[in-house]
Ligand binder design. Structure first.
Ligand SMILES: [Zn+2]
Length: 378
């Protein structure tokens, strides 16, 4: 189908996009509320089945289920295109009362509307458009329920399906107006210091302060930041001690590390493992490591982006690329070497913030671009 014809078809579904997005936002779905996320899974499963999708539900105990939806020719010789999204949000139940669904200033507002319920509705719309014109290739739409908590249970399913696929298109929000061709990797470390507690008045000399030791370590650890290397280290949480008149026997820090290059994971690991206490009576325990590897800007991703940019030009707009420090499930698939393009969902502002909203006028052209990309992956 001609790109312009795709745009025309998607344009006729504007009302469906709005109504469907409204229903999905009204069904709140915080990651930690399994029944709530599963209710959102039920909704999407039904809509997709109405479009002829074959649905498989990967049942989960700790989080909501992972929904695998298959579209197109089951017996095609072409590898599938994998569309990745999530149905969970960061917003607790009841947020909809203080942040209600509304339509104003050319935007749709509400919890999870941008990250990423609009992306999910865009994918369904793109697939329906392609089905109407006999979708030639198989497409898998995989929606998980644990992305906002680091994808602990869905990661294995995502990786398995990615390895079978020709390309991965991620439905996370755009960065401004740009698609995302690089994302930083994320590591988490917990730095635990055990000292020797003592009465600060009676027995001061017997004490060995874990708080003092941790304070020195925080300086050292923060010094690992190397902006030229795009490596950042943030001691986001520190805690320790019990009272001002007790030499603290325990203190800990929680550290978030972002890396741009996969090889920096081992470099960072070495830095953390080489940390030492200056007071030999204190004990240091380091736990943690890498959570998401970086999505590096590699040839497969660049090729997908160039294709998207030329389709966008046919649709009448300029598409840029951007890198971000935030992680997504695209980090996992890109790290496996599967061409991955991210940020293909909605345009808007305020993910994880009170002004979360989606710009309405971009929904149709971006959905047309998504559909044309699905159809044109080699
Ligand atoms: Zn997201």
């Amino acid at each position: 189908m001609e790109t312009k014809a795709v745009l025309h078809h998607v344009g006729k579904k504007e009302k469906w996009i709005r109504d469907t997005l409204h229903k999905l936002v009204m069904q709140e779905s915080p990651s930690e509320d399994r029944p709530a996320v599963n209710a959102a899974v039920d909704l999407v499963k039904l809509w997709a089945q109405n479009q002829g999708a074959r649905a498989k539900r990967h049942k989960q105990n700790a989080f909501g289920d992972v929904l695998e939806l298959r579209f197109g020719q089951p017996r095609s010789t072409l590898k599938p295109v994998l569309l990745l999204g999530h149905l969970d949000t960061v917003w607790p139940m009841g947020t909809i009362d203080s942040m209600p669904w509304r339509e104003s200033d050319g935007r749709y507002w509400g919890p999870g509307v941008l990250d990423m319920k609009a992306g999910v509705v865009m994918a369904l719309t793109a697939l329906e458009t392609l089905q109407e014109t006999k979708l030639a290739r198989p497409v898998v739409l995989l929606l998980n329920s644990d992305e906002e908590v680091g994808s602990p249970v869905s990661r294995a399913i995502t990786e398995r399906l990615a390895l079978e696929s020709a390309a991965v298109l991620v439905l996370e929000p755009a960065q401004g107006l740009a698609y995302k061709t690089a994302r930083k990797g994320v590591s988490h470390y917990n730095v635990q210091v055990t000292g020797v507690g003592a009465h600060s008045g009676v027995d001061f000399e017997r004490g060995h302060s874990a708080v003092l030791e941790l304070a020195k370590l925080v300086q050292t650890i923060s010094g690992f930041t190397d902006l030229a290397r795009k490596l950042t280290v943030n001691c986001g949480v520190i805690a320790g001690g019990t009272r001002s008149n007790v030499v603290a026997s325990s203190a800990h820090a929680e550290v978030d590390v972002r890396i741009a290059k996969a090889s920096d994971a081992a470099y960072v690991e070495k830095l953390f493992r080489s940390l030492k206490v200056s007071d030999p009576k204190c004990k240091l325990t380091i736990t943690g490591g890498i959570n998401r590897p970086p999505m590096e800007r590699k040839a497969g991703t660049i090729a997908l982006f160039k294709q998207a940019r030329s389709i966008a030009a046919e649709l009448g707009f300029t598409l840029d690329e951007a890198e971000t420090g935030g992680g997504s499930d695209g980090n996992f698939t890109a790290a496996l070497g599967v061409p991955t393009l991210d940020g293909m969902g909605a345009v808007g502002e305020g993910a994880h913030a009170a002004h979360e909203s989606v710009v309405i006028k971009h929904l149709v052209p971006r959905t047309a671009l998504l559909a044309a990309m699905i159809a044109s992956v080699k």
